[in-house]
Write a protein that binds this ligand. Structure first.
Ligand code: 6R9
Length: 646
């Protein structure tokens, strides 16, 4: 796309209405909801607050002016573990709260009563170790049921959990513990990934040595092979067994008290610590789990994200459990032992709602439809995506091959910082437009603005800004204490800048184009990498593509396209097709200087394509930090495929 006007690469998607069978049963199907929320703002958010049980009712929904501080549900007191467990016991103590599928085909499930008991015993154990309200407890665990149990045990005590993705290194763990000032660590001996045992405790031991204070460590013997415990170490099972049958009074928390801390990596530099609140966050997550993901208490919901990321916090743990549904937790990977693993599990557990990322969908496409075809996926009622823009081809593939052709899809836009979904269609209300996420949800005010801060015309590229506070906003934004640059107005009034490039159409649907800084400048013309990528992945035979700018003497930058082809495709033919497609969609000036084929693209552990690395490779530059890479083995492969020798 060019910097000076309309978007030539995106043919407007045809709107698709949600099927009437879906609309009829949807949790939210009132088409007047946008207007009524707008009229009643901020009191409309009472509807979210109402989904929770409060120990002390809030005095008002929102208190605040045009600038921070903002207070959501002031005066309200609640406990998150009560909302996710205790209050469901009278009606569904024997319903499954969570189902766990291990990497080695092990299976375990917890009813609400069982999870309640585990959480209480663990909370009693942690209290014994000295954990109090406000303390930060770091959880360094893979996808095991004890991870959500530990999160809820912390919440019960009013302690703040700090989940660190299990795949992170000892240094990354130590860094996050230092930053969060955390004196407690819960980890495990090890776990399996693609059949290999990972020594988690070794990493935890090293981190503990690196941290500048005494740390109490609880170790879960997940592999069941026995663990050596030194001084300051405690066995998870011993701790829980010692307190079996005990209940811990839930510590009431003010709505604005922190529920958890999570670190997110900016595109550059330091990890950014984001702290979410107990009341506003939980209300926003529960409300979007209901209105967008349409989760009902009788549903089995599967969000395939790792709990180490915000998506797992909000839509594996807190959203589904706050609503009293069954949540699926799956360890390991989608292609191990076989490429039909996910579909087998959907079939086995009769999953109603499935939520995953475009990067996963593109992998499924690459593997082929034969894998989902082996299983009965007819239990699915709704599909969701999150994490990256989804191109139209992947969208249609998802709907056709996973959704049986008629499941609605919600393309949900949000961030670690926003806590919960802000932009998406409401599946029981709005038509879907493949490729566009949708409108800001009812009660959310956001617009796409240009460099001056004024709204851009429909179809023009700009940046999304959120112009009103939202309940799931993090503490720093609510208090106005941090990230000053984001809260500062470029025009009038308070705004939050997520730094995502976007366009908006005549119906108010927002199409995200990637991070605002992802642009290549060729001879003074700006091209969005996402725009070019969406053209290239539209070419039959292309599974995935990433576009970066390489330095070029004459034109400033040259466009390099890294392309992962589908199995068995002839590369020379595909290269021509890619060039032709870009020429047709954008013009000769945007035709990639180089099309480099690669078996896979470098991805971060949360599944986002690491363009920075490809840029370094394209430029023959020294590679920056690659510790966040999920597939480091691809680096050598990429370096060996120079554009001149493709
Ligand atoms: C939830 C999560 C946030 C960034 C965000 C944006 C991208 C997320 C998207 C999307 C297009 C969507 N993103 N959802 N882009 N369409 N539906 O992913 O949080 O890890 O903090 O990443 O992800 O660029 O700014 P986080």
């Amino acid at each position: 796309m060019t910097g000076d006007g309309a978007d030539p690469t995106r043919t407007p998607a045809t709107a698709i209405d949600p099927p009437s069978w879906f609309r009829e049963g949807a949790a939210v199907s009132d088409s007047g909801i946008y207007d009524s929320f707008d009229r009643d703002w901020p009191d409309c958010w009472d509807r979210a607050g109402d989904l929770l049980d409060w120990k002390a009712e809030y005095e008002t929904v929102f208190r605040g002016g045009d600038a921070p501080p903002f207070e959501w549900f002031p005066g309200g007191e609640l406990n998150a573990s009560v909302n996710c467990l205790d209050r469901h016991l009278p009606e569904r103590k024997n319903q499954r709260a969570l189902v766990w599928e291990g990497q080695l085909d092990e299976r375990r499930s917890y009813t609400y009563l069982e999870l309640y008991r585990e959480v209480n015993a663990l909370a009693a154990g942690l209290r014994d170790l000295g954990v109090e309200a406000g303390d930060v407890v770091t959880l360094y665990l893979p996808m095991v049921p004890e991870l959500p149990a530990a999160m809820l045990a912390c919440a019960r005590l009013g302690a703040v959990h700090n989940v660190v993705f299990a795949g992170f290194s000892a240094d990354a763990l130590a860094d996050r513990m230092e930053r969060a000032d955390s004196a407690y660590l819960l980890t495990c001996d090890g776990y399996y990934r693609r059949g290999d045992a990972i020594a988690q405790k070794n990493k935890a031991d090293n981190a503990r040595l690196a941290v500048d204070r005494e740390v109490e460590v609880v170790v879960l013997d997940h592999l069941g092979e026995g663990v050596h415990l030194g001084d300051g170490y405690h066995d998870y099972d011993d701790l829980v067994d010692a307190h079996e049958g005990e209940t811990v009074d839930p510590v009431p928390r003010a709505a604005a008290d922190p529920l958890f801390r999570i670190y997110t990596s900016g595109t550059t530099g330091e990890p950014r610590g984001v702290t979410h609140t107990t009341g506003g966050y939980l209300a926003h997550v529960a409300w979007t789990a209901q209105s967008v993901l349409d989760i009902r208490p009788e549903d089995t919901h599967w969000c395939a994200a790792d709990i180490g990321w915000i998506t797992g916090h909000s839509y594996v743990v807190y959203g589904p459990l706050a609503l009293g549904a069954t949540t699926v937790l799956s360890a390991g990977t989608a292609d191990h032992p076989e490429r039909d693993r996910l579909w087998k599990l959907i079939d086995r557990h009769a999953v109603d709602v499935f939520y995953t990322a475009p990067t996963a969908i593109r992998a499924f496409m690459k593997w082929g439809a034969e894998y989902p075809e082996r299983h009965d996926l007819s239990s699915l009622r709704l599909l969701g995506t999150v994490g990256e823009p989804i191109d139209q081809r992947a969208w249609h593939w998802y709907r056709e091959h996973i959704g049986g052709g008629d499941c609605p899809i919600v393309d949900t836009w949000w961030q670690t910082e926003t806590g919960a979904i802000l932009v998406s269609t409401l599946p029981g209300v709005d038509a879907m437009k493949p490729g566009a996420a949708g409108k800001p949800l009812p009660g959310i005010e956001a617009e796409v603005v240009g460099p001056t801060g004024d709204p851009v015309a429909p179809g023009e590229r700009g940046e999304l800004v959120v112009t009103r506070p939202w309940p799931g906003m993090p503490v720093a934004l609510a208090e106005g204490t941090d990230w000053g640059e984001h809260a500062v107005s470029r025009r009038d009034g308070w705004r939050y800048h997520p730094e995502d490039a976007a366009t908006v159409d005549d119906d108010g649907y927002v199409t995200f184009l990637g991070r605002a800084d992802e642009a290549v400048n060729v001879a003074g013309r700006r091209f969005s990498t996402m725009e070019l990528e969406s053209t290239i992945v539209g070419v039959p035979g292309v599974a995935e593509a990433a576009v970066v700018g390489a330095d070029h003497e004459a034109t400033g930058s040259a466009i390099y396209a890294y392309v992962a082809p589908e199995h068995g495709v002839d590369e020379a033919t595909l290269r021509e097709r890619v060039r032709d497609a870009v020429e047709d969609a954008v013009g000769g000036v945007a035709v990639p200087e180089a099309v480099v084929f690669t078996p896979d693209l470098p991805k971060t552990r949360s599944g986002k394509i690491m363009r920075r690395l490809l840029e370094d490779v394209a430029n023959g530059a020294a590679l920056g930090d690659t510790s966040a890479l999920r597939n480091p083995e691809i680096v050598g492969e990429l370096q060996s495929r120079t554009p001149d020798d493709p």
